[in-house]
Design a protein around this ligand. Sequence first.
Ligand code: ADP
Ligand code: ZN
Ligand code: ZN
Length: 735
Amino acid sequence: MTDALHILKVALDVPLDRVFDYRTDKPNTQIGQYVVVPFGARKMIGVVVGISDTTAIESKKLKSIIRLDPEVIFDEQSFKLFQFCSQYYHYPLGQTILSAVPSRLKKLNTKAMAKKYLYRLTPKAIELGVDSLPPRQTILKRIVMALIDATLLDESSLRSISSTWKKSIETLYELGWIEKEEVTLDDKAYRQVPIPSLNDEQQKAFDEISKTNKTFAAWLLHGITGSGKTEVYIRLIEEALKKEDAQVLVLVPEINLTPQLESRFRSRFEKYTLVTLHSHLTDNERLTHWRLAKEGAAKIVIGTRLSVFTPMPHLSLIIIDEEHDASFKQQEGLRYHARDVAIFRAKSENIPIVMGTATPSLETWFNATRTKDTKKFGFLKLTSRAVKDSSLPEIKCIDVAKSTVSKGFSPYLIEAIRDRLHKKEQSLIFINRRGFAPVLLCSSCQWTGRCNRCSSRLVVHLNQKRLRCHHCGHDEKMPLQCPSCGNTDLYPTGLGTQRIEETLKEFFPEARILRVDRDSTKTKEALNDLFLKMKNREIDILIGTQMLSKGHDFPYLSLVGVIDTDQALYSPDFRASERLFSQLMQVSGRAGRANIKGEVYIQTAFPNHPIFEALKTHDYENFANELLKERELAELSPFAFLVLLKAEAHQLTHVMQFLNEAMTKAQNLSTQVTVYNPVRPIMERLKGMERAQLVLQANSRVALQKLLDGWVSYLRENKLGQRVKWVVDVDPLEF
Ligand code: ADP
Ligand code: ZN
Ligand code: ZN
């Protein structure tokens, strides 16, 4: 009698839509365990997705696994999720699964982890106060301030304050200012915060949602900034955690996961283990947190998009904050939308999901408000600010056609800023990042600096006297004369954040101005630094892009100036006005959150445009309903479902041939799906690659998915596919 073969079906991180067979001599292997296997000349880690006693592979060629790790890293629910994602987004199962494995596991070794500590101020420190610290020790001060705010901070929060936090912590330790404690699961003491009683609308939202807490239901919680959505989430979480073992997942946009938010949750959930999952954790931290969730020990997981895949055996509620935020969509690899995956997960685990936002995506708005029997989401509103005496800012448009704009600023806006400076309040000048970078222009022949590898203009960085491509990173010295005609009169045109800063310095030499953009806040430390400075009133005028528009509180900010947003009104992207509205609404929400009345000035050539009319009256509903009508006429999302095939290669002819073949194939596969001609995107060339794309559109998701099944396998087998890099993006957000 021969022994039965133990064959493991292993999912690997390779771009092939299949699993691989390996032999093992361990009969007790379980699905979800991870293994190290030989793959060609390499070793790879993989996950066991099936066990069998047969294989189609000849026994000579069948290889054995190298190592089996005892840890089961995914449960059955997780597999359902992976299978759904792999099918829906047409991405190989192995790559789907491996994108959700913490990278620490992927490094083929998992040594014991260092101890973790939490830090807090000593009573002595609290008594002495920040002002008694030695002068000019800004990092020390920031750490102390953050500790005053949060009571307890862990290493990742400290690191986000400064990369040199360790040194500062040592100094504070020597001064007797702080104490540390080892992280354990249930010994936490955060400052007690006053718990507000819910207002009527909050109570209604809570009651309605709680009624469904045993089964699947999707809810839109539509509430203006500051209306108390987070308070409702907290109550719902409290309610959910009353059930023994229950776990809750809270998804937030990356930029919103600040120590402030974390500490707000911690202080309200002292009894429970709470972990965060986001890209600023070290691999070790991430793995520890992920394991706590997987073992059921972490009752609350707050994380960014990837955490939607975290195995949680007793998941009972999912919350998505800022549901509309584009950062929930992953733009590479597995191109999933965490909101949609979360909805699938909630359905599959039969639990409620709550999506909160001030400006729902039109897709969600549609699902929550359409009246037909096809309405998918429950709909709840919070219509006023939760804190007494805090009101919405007044929004005014400044007609730039009727005003003498000097270097981007109308006199009204300048006066408004001056007024704030007198009152010792803060102003924020907001610019839309897209397309507002200054380019170098020749006054005689109209030459502009262009990138050789991308179809983009080079951006002027005046301080460093350099020209840079913001797409591929190409960097060159600013020329002193025009490369085309030799003229020496070259000048930057277009409003960049740097030029706005220069201009404001001329107007207000005495003001403390801080410019925030991609360049100046690459790290989370820098961003956190900024929040503390604002809170500490070390800044009078803040200049920034959309990264500032999200949910942060600036208590002394009372003026927002929006300059030059008009370009978004002509954008070819059908989502541009939806985004602009949501951005302006969010950024307006920054003004006047405490007891100071806020004002927003929007400079525009179209002061009567419906988008501004809606903003002035804070009327998202009307605006969204108008947009829905337009989308319906144009047969766009949410009335139609779209798929984008993007392709690139060194030679345009290859790209076009590939796309033309793909188009013909798609046309043959289905009559229910509209197949558009290949076109070049706005960015025709990127990093030396020629690009083109085509769009599929259908009224039926089922018909579209059916076509994709055959089409994607066809594309994978297409010979040209070896020369052409291509990706399929299901429900694309950007074109
Ligand atoms: P959102 O999440 O909608 O922006 P938050 O939940 O953060 O709103 O609430 C904004 C502010 O109002 C917070 O400072 C919060 O503590 C406070 N708040 C929330 N609900 C109430 C309430 N019912 N009564 C008093 N203050 C409240
Ligand atoms: Zn010239
Ligand atoms: Zn470039």
